[in-house]
Design a protein around this ligand. Structure first.
Ligand SMILES: CC(=O)SCCNC(=O)CCNC(=O)[C@H](O)C(C)(C)COP(=O)(O)OP(=O)(O)OC[C@H]1O[C@@H](n2cnc3c(N)ncnc32)[C@H](O)[C@@H]1OP(=O)(O)O
Ligand SMILES: O=C([O-])CC(=O)C(=O)O
Length: 369
């Protein structure tokens, strides 16, 4: 008989790493990033500043912030072969799969790919953050037979990202809201995708492989894929009453409602969702159409009453993306692009202080020997 060790399904509550990058303080409703609360930072800082915080460990001065923005822009170029590879993919390929393929192509262009030093890894992180908006947007465009779109240097990082998605120069409010979403998505402690990236990095594999694995993880609808699923669900209805009916039917059939629940915040609202809800309200005020907000709020009430469950970030992020005119298949790729900041920080931390991940099992099969 095998001896059985304590096994926790889904590794719930299990400590998988020691990190100085981030920590979810559920009690205080804080998302601690390098010592600061991301929720507080979202009120006064932008995505580029959080990129700096994640990769350099401190908040940037004005000059350092300008330097990061310059570095990101300096890294916008993506090898033309990436577009050629995307062109070869079947039209039904999801942009997350396109992105996974496109990002993985970049490994071959790294002349010092075996260099795991801190400076080489950081350089790669900035390079990838510069290139990802182009890969993200074109994973959707090129696969759909459209011509690639390229960045505009005279826009800020987030304004350019949104411009490439919609093809129109965005308003100040739109940029501010899109940037806030990137910031909120930038890092979140040890979700499945970060764990996947760290597991891969722990074999001494490179950041391209670790991020490629993280994309695969993030695609699933129990994780990043939920934001797309939320929007498809919202688009099934035209009124508050129809949404209430749809949710009750789904619950009766024991279906999971996308955008609700969270392994860490299961009995509380994700603090990031409050901010995206506010962003939705701002966009409703702007166009005078409150229907999506009313529908979402009704859903929130039903889920609290019926299941004691609360929205996670993806629930309100989806209608915000919709109001910004972003195609649904890009919702999860944008999440990944934003999360690359946090993922890169984790891969670097893993490489800097590495021990191979290699857990054991409780064997439940038969023994014939
Ligand atoms: C940015 C992000 O990645 S946030 C997560 C995005 N994912 C989603 O929104 C998908 C919907 N949510 C879920 O599936 C879950 O809440 C998860 C995957 C996020 C967390 O899952 P876990 O911690 O493994 O909890 P688990 O799935 O075991 O759920 C516990 C109980 O709550 C129920 N539950 C959890 N989430 C939901 C939901 N969204 N809808 C209905 N019931 C739910 C489960 O059915 C289960 O009930 P039971 O004990 O009666 O069987
Ligand atoms: O923390 C998690 O498990 C999922 C999540 O909200 C994120 O990755 O932003």
């Amino acid at each position: 008989m095998e001896t059985k060790e304590k096994y926790v399904p889904g590794l719930e509550g299990v400590i998988a790493a020691e990190t100085s990058i981030s920590f979810l303080d559920v009690e205080k409703e804080q998302i601690i990033i390098q010592g600061y609360d991301l929720i507080e930072l979202s009120k006064s800082k932008d995505y580029a500043e959080i990129v700096y915080l994640l990769l350099e460990g401190s908040l940037p001065t004005a000059a350092e912030k300008a330097k990061v923005e310059e570095i990101l822009k300096h890294n916008y170029d993506v090898p033309a072969n990436v577009m050629d590879v995307l062109r070869l993919l079947p039209k039904q390929t999801h942009p997350m799969d396109g992105m996974r393929t496109g990002l993985s192509v970049l490994a071959g262009y790294d002349d010092v790919i075996e260099d795991r030093t801190l400076s080489a890894n950081k350089k790669r992180a900035y390079q990838l953050l510069g290139q990802l908006p182009t890969i993200t947007v074109n994973s959707h465009r090129v696969i759909n037979g459209q011509e690639p779109v390229y960045p505009l240097q005279d826009l800020s990082y987030s304004a350019n990202f949104l411009y490439m998605i919609t093809g129109e120069k965005p308003s100040e409010l739109e940029v501010e809201i899109f940037d806030r979403l990137l910031l909120l998505y930038s890092e979140h402690e040890m979700p499945n995708s970060t764990f996947a990236a760290r597991v891969i990095a722990s074999t001494n594999s490179d950041i391209y492989g670790a991020l490629t694995g993280a994309i695969a993880s993030l695609k699933g609808n129990l994780h990043g894929g939920a934001n797309e699923a939320v929007m498809y669900m919202l688009n099934e209805v035209k009124t508050v009453a129809e949404f209430e009916e749809l949710l009750l039917k789904k619950l009766q059939k024991k279906e999971k409602i996308m955008g609700f629940g969270h392994r860490v915040y299961m009995k509380k609202m994700d603090p990031r969702a409050l901010i995206t809800k506010e962003a939705l309200r701002q966009l409703c005020e702007k166009d005078g159409d409150y229907l999506l907000l009313e529908i979402c709020e009704a859903g929130e009430k039903i889920m609290e009453k019926e299941k004691g469950l609360y929205p996670n970030l993806d629930y309100y992020a989806a209608p915000v993306y919709w109001k910004l005119g972003i195609p649904i298949p890009l919702y999860t790729p944008i999440f990944f692009s934003a999360r690359t900041a946090g993922l890169a920080a984790h891969v670097i931390e893993q490489h800097e202080n590495n021990r191979l991940f290699r857990p054991r099992v409780n064997y439940t099969g038969e023994r014939h020997v």
